[in-house]
Design a protein around this ligand. Structure first.
Ligand code: SDX
Length: 436
């Protein structure tokens, strides 16, 4: 396919196939790669494009998050992630991702109030937890309970009603911390702690996780700030696998709670949001700096399915800008908690140093991603590894909700229905059992 840029205002790409030449419209965004519109390709050529894993496919037009993987740039509605991590907070970032603009003080107060005032769950939803085994993975609980929200909040499932979409979005952002904290409390056999409106979002979440009825629990403000920054870093990330899942589920008209439950299920995978749990388990398995070469060799061995968890990224072929902020936050938390010689951090730092100087990783552009340092930080704060992805889901709910709303409001959106390259049997006649 040769891409010819003609000088007329409307750019096209020329495709020649089966001795036919087709002019395909080229669309440009505000920044980043332009796209070749192939929506009429099948109608014109009776051929599909083929792109398993969607490495070269734009599934939608969006104004929410921009990533430049080569330059290591991540913008939320145009604002660099490191500036938001430094100067903003998670509730303000949620407002920005959903509305497109930073709030005034009045707008911020109203939004924060709306979120904090809806952090409690319907009391009957608490019954769902007792149906799980105590050792159920928190992500299994999150999938189940979030999906169940659609059975309790019928007044916010009509996706064609903008007000109901706002109410459902607010409920999801408000209740995710409560559900995640309850999943943690259930796993450790402690009583649930109810949300408190006098605490900010991240402080309230940590209070729900670590307070016990027997004594006053004061959340360390340094740790609360670190938690809030971790939520900001995980809030959205363009059309990643779980966000694409939420969009695809939403394109059928499914209600927002069911769509977010689908996103949670997708995020759980170790190649995606489950990588923070997998990265910590890998560091634990490596155990010492001396064993790092053995694991680096395994990561290079194509016959060995082992991969360095927390390294590599579909889009970032440069350092993940979130990993840099995550590394700094990791050191802040360890210093605040007086954890100087965490052997796992020593292994992580040495693994990063070796990997960044190794030709294999340099050639394949495998840099540490956000999951590499988040696990060490969350473990230091006191979370078990099984809670790591639940925390990722808590934060990513803001991105899922923002992207879901954008899709519903997009006049060009239709039900997502990819096609295939079929390589199975052509038509053949049924053979009766006695003739087989
Ligand atoms: C997240 O999409 C997002 O935005 C996701 C995310 C978000 O915020 O939503 O950023 C969150 O999911 C971060 C990624 C977390 N996953 C991990 O850390 C798991 C380990 N990483 C790999 O599984 C892998 O790097 C992926 C899944 C992240 C990316 O896979 P790709 O883009 O499909 O790349 P690939 O598997 O084709 O790898 C390219 C090459 C391969 O070698 P070749 O076959 O070309 O010889 O690099 C190798 C791979 O074998 N490779 C690795 C590796 N990752 C890729 N080799 C060793 N260790 C690794 N981690």
């Amino acid at each position: 396919m040769s891409i010819e840029r003609d000088n007329r205002p409307k750019r096209t790409a020329t495709l020649t196939t089966n001795d036919q030449t087709h002019a395909l419209p080229v669309m440009s965004g505000s920044v980043g790669p332009s796209v070749i519109d192939i929506s009429n390709l099948y109608g014109e050529t009776h051929q599909f494009t083929y792109d398993p894993g969607f490495t070269s496919t734009a599934s939608c037009e969006s104004k929410i998050t921009y990533i430049d993987g080569e330059a290591g740039i991540l913008l939320y509605r145009g604002y660099p992630i490191d500036e938001l991590a430094e100067h903003s907070n998670f509730i303000e970032t949620a407002y920005l991702l959903i509305t497109g603009e930073l709030p005034t003080q009045t707008e911020y107060d109203e939004f924060n109030h709306a979120i904090m005032d809806h952090s409690m769950m319907h009391e009957q939803l608490l019954e769902f937890f007792s149906g799980f085994r105590r050792d159920a993975h928190p992500m299994a609980i999150m999938c189940g309970v979030v999906g169940a929200l659609s059975a309790f909040y019928h007044d916010s499932t009509d996706i064609n009603d903008a007000h109901q979409r706002f109410v459902a979005s607010r409920r999801l952002i408000a209740k995710m911390p409560t559900i995640a904290a309850m999943a943690y409390k259930y796993s450790v056999g402690q009583p649930f702690v109810y949300p408190r409106n006098d605490l900010d979002y991240s402080t309230d979440f940590l209070h729900m996780c670590f307070a016990v009825p027997t004594q006053e629990y004061k959340v360390d403000p340094i740790i609360a700030r670190a938690m809030d920054r971790i939520f900001i870093l995980h809030a959205d990330h363009e059309q990643n696998a779980s966000t694409s899942t939420v969009r695809l589920a939403g394109s059928s008209g499914a209600n927002p709670f069911a769509c977010v439950a689908a996103g949670i299920a997708c995020l759980w995978g170790p190649a995606h949001g489950g990588a923070n749990e997998a990265a910590l388990n890998m560091l634990r398995e490596i155990g010492s700096i001396e064993r790092i070469p053995e694991f680096i060799a395994r990561a290079k061995d194509h016959d060995d399915p082992f991969r360095l968890m927390g390294f590599g990224h579909r889009v970032y072929k440069n350092y993940d800008p979130r990993a840099r902020v995550m590394q700094q936050t990791c050191h802040e938390v360890l210093n605040e908690l007086g954890i100087e010689d965490d052997p796992m951090l020593d292994v992580a730092m040495e693994l990063e140093r070796i990997a960044l100087s190794d030709d294999y990783f340099i050639e394949k552009k495998l840099y540490p991603n956000i999951d590499f340092y988040s696990g060490i930080t969350l473990k230091a704060i006191g979370f078990p590894t099984t809670m790591f992805t639940a925390l990722f889901a808590l934060a990513r709910t803001v991105g899922w909700v923002a992207q879901w709303n954008e899709m519903i409001e997009d006049p060009s959106q239709r039900i997502g229905r990819p096609r295939q390259l079929y390589s199975g049997y052509t038509e053949r006649d049924y053979v009766s059992l006695k003739s087989r």
